[in-house]
Ligand binder design. Structure first.
Ligand code: SF4
Length: 104
């Protein structure tokens, strides 16, 4: 997902400034390495990048019980926007999620 699409509720001015500074001209995070699809600063990424219950609650108002569902939705939206709604990437993601649900 483009970082510009997230719109976290950042009340700390320094954190909000950091967020804005990370949005590249194309809307993607400047720390996202597109060829490897990875974060170049993963170990030191800001707290608002962390997929953790307290972050989802603080930044998006999402309760812990709804976090997995919302996170899956974020991922599906991103895959759909990049690869398309009928892409093998989206079908693979959905298959993996189904298998994880069965095994849990
Ligand atoms: S996890 Fe890394 S690539 Fe993703 S938004 Fe945060 S800093 Fe950018």
């Amino acid at each position: 997902m483009k970082i510009s699409d997230l719109k976290p509720n950042l009340t700390d001015p320094a954190e909000a400034a950091l967020y804005r500074s990370m949005v590249g001209p194309d809307g993607w995070c400047i720390n996202f390495d597109k060829p490897t699809r990875s974060c170049k600063i993963h170990a030191e990424r800001p707290r608002f990048c962390r997929v953790e219950p307290e972050m989802f609650k603080a930044l998006y108002g999402i309760e812990e019980k709804d976090m997995d569902k919302e996170a899956r939705g974020f991922c599906q939206d991103q895959i759909r926007s990049v690869y398309g709604g009928r892409s093998k990437e989206l079908k693979t993601f959905q298959r993996v999620v189904r298998n994880l649900k069965k095994s849990s």
